[in-house]
Design a protein around this ligand. Structure first.
Ligand SMILES: NC(=O)C1=CN([C@@H]2O[C@H](COP(=O)(O)OP(=O)(O)OC[C@H]3O[C@@H](n4cnc5c(N)ncnc54)[C@H](O)[C@@H]3O)[C@@H](O)[C@H]2O)C=CC1
Ligand SMILES: O=C([O-])CC(=O)C(=O)O
Length: 265
């Protein structure tokens, strides 16, 4: 492996633009941006050549996914089998346990997940080593427009569009929720990855026209105590389903992977 990680970025959107710009400016010690993959033509705006996925695998030793769950499903195993590491933002893809198992067992590349929009995952993962966490709850509150889905019927869509206060859109487990809101509830899957059990995480998705900040509240208890983590993020102006902090979480993950500088792991 080269001393400097050769990173290929998949997805030049709300997350990818910030991550790619920082990488291109060499703001992550130990990593450089080699190429970008996106299914839209990027023109001159991109700071590295836009290439096809296959070519990215030849040029890079680390792929950063910031495009969507479909990319993890379609490309995850091929990335790892080619010997390239994969940093995943679209953790919701891992609610497919067969895919998750295959990704964890395929190599020689390794798969990593960014903490993304939610905090406290490190502690939940540490506690789980002692014994299972019980009563894990996640409540996600977002602007109604970020939660509209093609499968929703007119009645639910109208409830979302005419809401004047918080409206519960769906409740279920972390196995059920991210497939229903693929671009806006990856956080549920991330909590489940930390806890190690998709069915143990009870999720409520709330639409609130007053949610100028996206809120994620994680509550859990386990053998060593009780936990509550709450974040209130400014949404990205271009894609309010994504919080503005997410690319910086990806950059932190990249810095840890590139292995330079002290890191809180
Ligand atoms: N783990 C977490 O906390 C979070 C995870 N996410 C995940 O990250 C993904 C990206 O988020 P944003 O940057 O906000 O989305 P975005 O919609 O702003 O940008 C996505 C980019 O990926 C490209 N793309 C989509 N499908 C592609 C494909 N098959 N091949 C190549 N390029 C493709 C699009 O053209 C677009 O440029 C989300 O879909 C979501 O799954 C988002 C927010 C938080
Ligand atoms: O979980 C997601 O996909 C996005 C999200 O809620 C956030 O960025 O706050």
């Amino acid at each position: 492996m080269s001393a400097v990680r050769k990173a290929g970025l998949v997805g030049w959107g709300a997350i990818g633009r910030v991550v790619g710009t920082a990488l291109a400016r060499r703001e992550v010690p130990g990593a450089e941006l080699v190429c970008i993959v996106d299914n839209r033509p990027l023109g001159d705006a991109a700071p590295a050549p836009q290439v096809a996925f296959e070519e990215a695998l030849e040029r890079c030793d680390l792929i950063v996914e910031a495009a969507g769950q479909g990319v993890v499903r379609e490309w995850g195993e091929r990335v790892l089998a080619s010997g390239t590491d994969l940093l995943v933002a679209s953790t919701g893809a891992l609610t497919d346990e067969e895919l998750a198992k295959r990704l964890l067992n395929t190599g020689p590349g390794r798969v990593y997940f960014t903490g993304g929009a939610v905090g406290g995952l490190d502690l939940l993962q540490a506690v789980r080593a002692v014994g299972p966490l019980d009563e894990v709850r996640l409540t996600t509150t977002k602007l109604p427009s970020t939660l509209e889905q093609p499968w929703m019927d007119e009645e639910l869509l109208s409830r979302l569009r005419t809401a004047t206060g918080p409206v519960e859109v769906m409740a279920g487990t972390a196995r059920e929720i991210p497939v229903k809101f693929p671009r806006s509830t990856n956080v549920a899957a991330s909590v489940a990855l930390a806890v190690g059990d998709l069915d143990a995480v009870q999720v409520r998705v709330v639409a609130d026209p007053g949610a100028h900040r996206t809120r994620h509240v994680v509550e859990a208890s386990g053998p060593l105590g009780a936990y509550r983590f709450e974040v209130a993020h400014l949404p990205d102006p271009d894609n309010p389903a994504t919080s503005r902090v997410v690319p910086y979480a990806v950059l932190r993950s990249l810095a840890a992977l590139a292995g330079r500088g002290g890191q809180i792991l």
